[in-house]
Design a protein around this ligand. Structure first.
Ligand SMILES: NC(=O)c1ccc[n+]([C@@H]2O[C@H](COP(=O)([O-])OP(=O)(O)OC[C@H]3O[C@@H](n4cnc5c(N)ncnc54)[C@H](OP(=O)(O)O)[C@@H]3O)[C@@H](O)[C@H]2O)c1
Length: 215
């Protein structure tokens, strides 16, 4: 069972939809259970027969074995602090790319004291296995199941088994390819690519992704 906290937004919806279509059982989480239920119903229309349900974030985290963080960076500390021990011993996939938008300057990376959102999440959840992944994958394309995804997903973690599990989840979304990005200390570089992609998207009117060549 996979939970998507903040899964009512485009990134969580898209990942949940793609993984549900691949046969995974998913729970859309929200700060508001009824919003989660509505999003789950909407996704079921795009994926009839898939196993998709909605729940409040706390219930979703408590139920799932793997929990994706798919809400904005400003919500990370309060959300993780409020979940208590629901994520203890579990795999937590951090999709968050901390960034700010400024008029005239576009998107830029937000400095995080811990180094990255993923490292901060690991500090907040010392008993969980945090894996950083999917930060560079376009929500728009994920939400279009007819679109074959093109690109790589760099996966970083200090927990080898959890990293391997998440790399297997990446392989379930055609044609994304997981690339082992080493330890969680490397997550900051992956997170900081996302504002660059956002700015490239604006210039070229596309949904850019990344590809690592030579591996
Ligand atoms: N959009 C993309 O293309 C993209 C690509 C790569 C990575 N990402 C990353 O993925 C994450 C989600 O992106 P998104 O575009 O889906 O974000 P979003 O639409 O801004 O937010 C997703 C959901 O998060 C919840 N939320 C909003 N503010 C919150 C807060 N302060 N505390 C807790 N929950 C909050 C909301 O759900 P409820 O109100 O229902 O709780 C919202 O529907 C972000 O961290 C982003 O950096 C996005």
């Amino acid at each position: 069972m996979l939970a998507f906290l903040g899964g009512t937004g485009p990134e969580g919806r898209g990942l949940a939809l793609r993984l549900a279509l691949a046969g995974e059982e998913v729970i859309i989480g929200s700060r508001d259970a009824s919003r989660a239920a509505t999003a789950a119903q909407e996704l079921l229309q795009a994926a009839p027969g898939a196993r998709i349900q909605g729940a409040a974030n706390g219930e979703a985290a408590a139920t799932a074995q793997v929990t994706f963080l798919t809400f904005p960076y400003e919500g990370q500390r309060p959300t993780l602090e409020s979940l208590g021990d629901a994520l203890d011993g579990k795999v937590v996939v951090n999709v968050i790319a901390p960034m700010v938008f400024q008029r005239g300057r576009g998107a830029s990376a937000l400095e995080v004291e811990a180094g990255s959102a993923a490292q901060e999440a690991q500090e907040l959840l010392p008993n969980s296995q945090v894996v950083a992944a999917f930060q560079n994958v376009s929500a728009e394309e994920l939400q279009e199941p007819g679109t074959v995804m093109d690109g790589d997903v760099v996966v970083c973690s200090d927990h080898g088994e959890a990293k391997a599990l998440v790399m297997d989840l990446v392989r379930k979304i055609p044609d994304l390819r997981p690339v082992d990005g080493g330890g969680l200390a490397n997550a900051k570089y992956v997170e900081q690519i996302t504002p660059l992609l956002v700015n490239i998207n604006r210039i070229h009117k596309i949904h850019a992704g990344i590809r690592i060549v030579g591996v």
